[in-house]
Design a protein around this ligand. Structure first.
Ligand SMILES: *Cc1c(COP(=O)(O)O)cnc(C)c1O
Length: 217
């Protein structure tokens, strides 16, 4: 099943769009099956869960952090992950920078945008993104490489389209600023129900869980 699902998705994604397999609550065996079917990037929401999977799978895939990152998990996260997609505050950026400095490493990050302007959601508001990115651009051990957004969950993914379109616009605007130490190349938007719409609106990374692994247990 997983194998077939991955092949179908990879066959239908336009070239240049990367697939992140969102693996929360999946076993290392399931993750390995996805990798064997062609998945190159695993997305993890929880540092502890990622550590367990990483211990068995290691560098057979790239690892993206896609959950809400807590300060006290940053030290472990920067050791394990190849990219952190969910930076949404100066505070967490500074902590990532500091922990990477100790490891002599530069962490590629995406800035998470709260494109639905939802009160309880993480992410920076679209109008605050430029200031945050300017601040991060002054840090030496963290590098902004694009934007990520979840968007609100609607029954009809068409309703999320304006949020994806606004995030894409913001992406292009910040790219044009040509900020030092900022390389706007990744736009991570879209999940199982919304990825087709997200790709139409310019996503070049999609994060898919259910469509690969089935309903979560
Ligand atoms: C779970 C999750 C996904 C994937 O969701 P599905 O609807 O299962 O495809 C994508 N992005 C993030 C941040 C997630 O937590």
């Amino acid at each position: 099943m997983i194998r077939e699902n991955v092949r179908q998705i990879l066959n239908t994604l336009p070239s240049g769009v990367e697939l992140v397999a969102a693996a929360k609550m999946r076993s290392p065996g399931e993750i390995l099956e996805a990798i064997e079917a062609g998945v190159k990037i695993i997305g993890e929401n929880y540092v502890q869960e990622a550590e367990r999977a990483y211990a068995l799978i290691g560098n057979r895939a790239k690892w993206h952090f896609i959950g809400h990152l807590q300060r006290n998990k940053v030290k472990k996260a920067v050791k394990l992950f190849d990219m952190i997609e969910t930076v949404d505050s100066e505070d967490i950026a500074a902590e990532i920078d500091e922990k990477c400095r100790q490891l002599n490493k530069v962490m590629p990050v995406l800035v998470e945008i709260n494109s639905g302007r939802e009160k309880q959601k993480s992410g920076v508001l679209p109008e605050d993104a430029e200031d945050l990115i300017r601040t991060i651009s002054n840090l030496h051990n963290i590098k902004v490489e694009g934007l990520m957004t979840m968007g609100p969950l609607f029954d009809n993914p068409e309703e999320a389209r304006p949020c994806f379109a606004e995030t894409k616009k913001l992406f292009e605007r910040i790219k044009k600023l040509g900020l030092p130490n900022v390389e706007m190349r990744c736009l991570s938007m879209g999940m199982t129900d919304s990825y087709t719409v997200a790709v139409e609106e310019g996503a070049n990374i999609v994060r898919i869980g259910t469509r690969i692994f089935g309903e979560r247990p």
